[in-house]
Structures are given as C-alpha cells and as structure tokens.
Design a protein around this ligand. Structure first.
Ligand SMILES: Nc1nc2c(ncn2[C@@H]2O[C@H](COP(=O)(O)OP(=O)(O)OP(=O)(O)O)[C@@H](O)[C@H]2O)c(=O)[nH]1
Length: 301
C-alpha cells in the first residue's frame, strides 16, 4: 500500500465521522471506531452482522434511530426498498437520545456500499431554534399583543381571502363590529391597566362564545371584528346577541370590585360588499346606529 493510502486509511479509521463498508449481501465488512460506537456494534462482530440485524438489535435495545411507526419490521422493509435504489443517497436520521445524523450511502455496481455518518446535532438544534424563532415572530406579526387575538392586518387579510372565496362559491359570510361601550369611562375611573384587563376579558368572552372556525381580531382601541364564515345575517344576529348578552352577564372581576361592561355590535353581510373596506364601512354604520340607539345592542344594516 502506498504511504498516502495508509495515511488515508489511518485518518478514516480515527475519523470522528462514522465510516463503514457493507458487502453486496449487506454484511458489515469494515467499520471505523466512530461507526462502531454510533451503531452500537462490537469490533469482533464486523464480518458477521448485516445492516438489518444492527437495526433490529438497536430497536429492541431502545437505542439509536428513532423509528416513528414503532414497527421495526415495517421500517426494515422500507429501508431495504430504498437502500441501493440509487448510487448515492443522503438522508437525516434522528436518534432516540436527541442526536441528529446526516448519513450518506454510496453504492458501486456490485452492490458494495460505503456508509458515512456525520453528527449534525448542533446544526439541527440551531435550525430548530431558528424555525421556532421564525414561527414566534410570524405569530407575533399577526397577533394583537394585549388580547392575543388576531391583529388588524391578520383579520383584514383573512376576511379579504374569505370574501374572494365566497364570491366564487356564493357562500354567505358576515362580520360583526364589536365596540365596548363608554370605555373611556372605564379608563378614566379605574385606570388604563384595568382598561387593558377589560379588553382582554372581552376578547376571552367573545372567543368562548364563538365556534372554532370563527375568527376574531382587534382592529385597535376598543374595537373588535368577528368574522363568521358560512353564516347569513339571521344566524349572525343570534351569535352577536349571544356575545352581547355574555359580556353583559360576565362583569370584569378585579380585586375588591366587579366592573360591568357592555358592547354595541354592528352586523354586515357580504352582499354587495366585495372588499373588507366596504364590509367594514357597512358594519360601522350599523354600529353607529347601535350606539345612537342607546348602546348595549346589536344592529344589522
Ligand atoms: N386601556 C386601554 N385603553 C385604550 C386602548 N386603546 C384605546 N383605548 C381607550 O379607549 C377609549 C375609547 O374612547 P371613545 O372612542 O371615546 O369611546 P367610548 O368611551 O367607548 O364611547 P362609546 O364607544 O361611544 O361608547 C379612549 O379613552 C382610549 O384612550 C388600550 O389599548 N388600552
């Protein structure tokens, strides 16, 4: 053997990445120390164990790869169907102990296979942290910070998308514009902090009064919009009245006192309202009527 070939073999043998050679009968014929350790194989088993046998033993010992289905024979059947299906395969494997590995299989024309295993746990963890952070920022960008309901932009986009869908399918949809009555008084009498609690409380009561597929958003200040898909104005009036009655009957509980709250609600359906803005304006006119007729009521335009 040439000197550089011996050097290469020495480096391969002591590499931190796992390297193994499987014969065309899938028997392990060479493994470096890292591979033995990562696949839980003893040195004197090299030459005897097949890849299937290694997988099966690790599964029964509760170590190495995480097998989602929990069915080792089904997993081995899958592995056999993809192994050697291409000259080169690259895939990620997660271990039961939380580590992640990038594995490559390189197969020659005779079916001999070089398997390489690289620990990518650190990269995977930073990828997962990044994804979690992206998800968090995505949610934050669409959420009203105080009440946790959708913010103006999110509800506006959802309503616009639903309006487009309804105009294609002819389905009914309705929005409710819900505005706390005399909210300035709550702030002036009890302070801004209690005002904030009142807004949160109303959002909670509304959420509890809605169906899972309804949406609620805060447009700003003390104004909320509720989006009711597949709902005509008659059904929407029933839901709006339920919200109004619930808020009236569930005062805000603060230490030492109960604070009575009420809302006025303007209702508008999508008939002749092709955009969020036109639907909103109609609901706003209905809300204005509810306010001028004495508040704590529901009005349909
Ligand atoms: N606590 C709190 N108050 C807010 C917030 N946003 C807006 N407000 C207050 O909400 C109040 C709204 O007052 P108005 O628009 O006069 O309405 P109102 O007193 O509810 O009267 P009507 O709507 O006519 O019944 C103002 O005092 C705002 O300062 C908020 O995030 N938190």
């Amino acid at each position: 053997m040439q000197a550089y070939e011996k050097l290469l073999m020495d480096l391969l043998h002591s590499s931190l990445d796992g390297y193994a050679l499987f014969g065309s009968d899938d028997r392990l014929v060479y493994a470096n120390d890292a591979f033995l350790s990562l696949m839980y194989v003893f040195r004197d088993e090299v030459g005897r164990l097949t890849f299937d046998a290694i997988l099966r033993r690790n599964f029964h010992e509760g170590r190495a790869a995480h097998i989602g289905s929990g069915d080792i024979e089904q997993f081995i059947a899958y592995v056999e169907s993809v192994r050697r299906s291409k000259p080169y395969r690259l895939f990620e494997v997660d271990y039961l102990d939380g580590r992640w590995f990038l594995m490559s299989e390189q197969t020659d024309a005779m079916g001999n296979m070089l398997l390489q295993i690289k620990d990518i746990t650190k990269q995977k963890q930073s990828e997962q942290h990044l994804q979690a952070a992206l998800y968090k920022y995505h949610v934050m960008a669409l959420t009203d910070e105080l009440t946790g309901v959708a913010n103006r932009r999110a509800i506006q986009d959802s309503v616009s998308a639903e309006l487009a869908r309804c105009s294609r399918t002819g389905a009914a949809m309705t929005i409710l514009l819900v505005d706390l009555d005399h909210f300035k008084r709550v702030n002036d009498t009890y302070g801004h902090h209690i005002g904030d609690l009142a807004l949160k409380h109303c959002a909670e009561v509304m959420k509890a009064s809605l169906r899972p597929f309804d949406m609620i958003g805060r447009l700003g200040g003390e104004e909320f919009v509720v989006f009711l898909g597949n709902t005509d104005s008659l059904d929407a009036m029933v839901i709006a009245e339920r919200i109004r009655a619930q808020i009236q009957s569930l005062p805000l509980q603060t230490p030492g006192r109960e604070i009575a709250l009420s809302v006025s609600i303007g209702v508008a359906t999508q008939n002749n309202n092709p955009t969020f803005e036109s639907l909103y304006l109609e609901a706003d006119q209905a809300l204005y009527e509810a306010k001028s007729q004495g508040r704590n009521r529901v009005t349909l335009r």
